[in-house]
Ligand binder design. Structure first.
Ligand SMILES: Cc1ncc(COP(=O)(O)O)c(C=O)c1O
Length: 393
């Protein structure tokens, strides 16, 4: 398959009438007001606002479960999660392999390189582009130390199957739920029953803090360690409580969230259900409007009972015809579409680490595009995009 034209394509100019960009940040009045208020206080860095955001996040997004640790990005959350996943099993950094999805944002896999772990690439399931259970089954072995699972685009991965495999092998799963805020797996909010899960509040995610992330850990002691590691290895609350002289015994990072970011996040959380509802409506409409179109399919298989899609991405797969022509036809109609992620084993930074055995990814390569589903997209925009998809291209 030849490269998609998008690899050289400029972002569309959304100041032009009728142009629907692929991504757009969502900012509401509560976020604006919270930030303005926060700027009147003494807490611009990490303070009580971060604690409040963690609590409100657990109740709004995780039905009161989990121990949430707010950090500076989803990638920082993954780095800390991977450190703690290894430590919790007594594994030294650099010792052994991890199984990770070949298809994801590179941020899922980069922190494994920080820790010197060897990545074994797991293939995709063609129906969802999530990590494939049979592929994990083939890769798992005595050197496997952990499994990274991504809920691609917000579609819940096959957690029941993966958890059974991981439990047999005695290894941790780290759920990268950067794209799956508010989704459900087996009736539970994604992340609420995870050993380790992370979320991202990067500008274009369901809710944003400009940049930011949340690490969710079920073990409160490990969560306390994460709170120290995010701030130089120091218990910041203890320090705020008056303990100024203390030893530092762990190598920590500068990964904390600030109260200004938390103020944005708290405002965004107010609209979480509205955001999920809007995105899901648009994703379902893409599927409905194109269900008789045999050249393409939208990745929106009905999740199994108890699962629900968080609809961060609407992905279209082109089975027949040239995806670059579809992309151009959409663009000519003012709709921006793009593959967003590429298989990670192609990137030079991962060279020499890839096993390269991903036949389903091979078949999918160059055949998929993501369509806009953000809060600035209307049902009419989706209908317009679907007319293009069902027309000549
Ligand atoms: C699947 C996935 N993992 C991790 C990340 C990293 O999150 P952040 O940009 O907040 O570091 C992102 C998004 O950027 C993502 O889409």
């Amino acid at each position: 398959m030849t490269s998609l034209a998008s690899r050289d394509m400029k972002l569309m100019d959304d100041s032009q009438p009728g142009v629907v960009p692929l991504f757009l940040p969502y900012v509401n009045d509560a976020m604006r007001a919270n930030v303005a208020d926060q700027l009147q206080t003494r807490w611009l860095g990490q303070g009580p606002g971060v604690d409040a955001f963690e609590e409100e996040f657990c109740s709004a997004a995780l039905e009161g479960h989990g121990n949430a640790v707010a950090v500076s990005s989803g990638t920082a959350a993954l780095h800390l999660a991977y450190i703690l996943a290894l430590e919790s099993r007594g594994i030294q950094q650099g010792d052994g392999e991890v199984i990770a999805p070949v298809f994801t944002c590179t941020a899922t896999n980069l922190p494994w390189i920080y820790l010197g772990m060897e990545i074994r690439w797991a293939d995709i399931e063609p129906e969802t582009m999530n990590i494939s259970l049979p592929s994990i089954e083939r890769l798992i072995g005595p050197k496997t130390r952990a499994i990274s699972v991504v809920h691609y685009g917000g579609h819940p991965a096959n957690l029941a199957g993966i958890r059974a495999l991981a439990a047999d092998a005695g290894i941790p799963i780290i759920e990268d739920a950067a794209q799956a805020l508010g989704g459900r797996s087996q009736g539970n909010r994604i992340g609420s029953d995870a050993e380790f899960a992370i979320f991202s509040f990067q500008a274009i995610k369901h809710i944003t803090t400009g940049d930011g992330g949340m690490l969710v850990i079920n073990d409160p002691e490990l969560a306390a360690t994460a709170r120290r590691l995010r701030w130089f290895g120091i218990d910041r609350k203890g320090k705020q409580g008056g303990t100024w002289e203390n030893d530092v015994t762990e190598v920590g990072y500068k990964y904390q969230m600030t109260d200004v970011s938390a103020a944005m996040g708290r405002g965004g959380l107010v609209d979480l259900e509205k955001i999920l509802g809007h995105r899901t409506t648009l994703l379902d409409r893409y599927s409905q409007n194109t269900k008789t179109e045999t050249r393409t399919r939208i990745l929106n298989v009905q999740p199994s009972s108890g699962d629900s899609h968080a609809a961060w991405l609407a992905t279209i797969v082109v089975n027949q015809g040239d995806p670059a022509s579809l992309q151009l036809a959409l663009r000519n109609a003012g709709i921006e579409a793009n593959p967003v992620h590429y298989r990670n084993d192609r990137y030079s930074i991962f060279d020499g680490r890839a096993s390269g055995d991903c036949p389903e990814m091979e078949l999918m390569d160059g055949r998929y595009l993501c369509l806009p589903v953000h809060m600035g997209v209307t049902v009419g925009d989706v209908d317009r995009a679907c007319e293009v998809i069902c027309g000549d291209w």
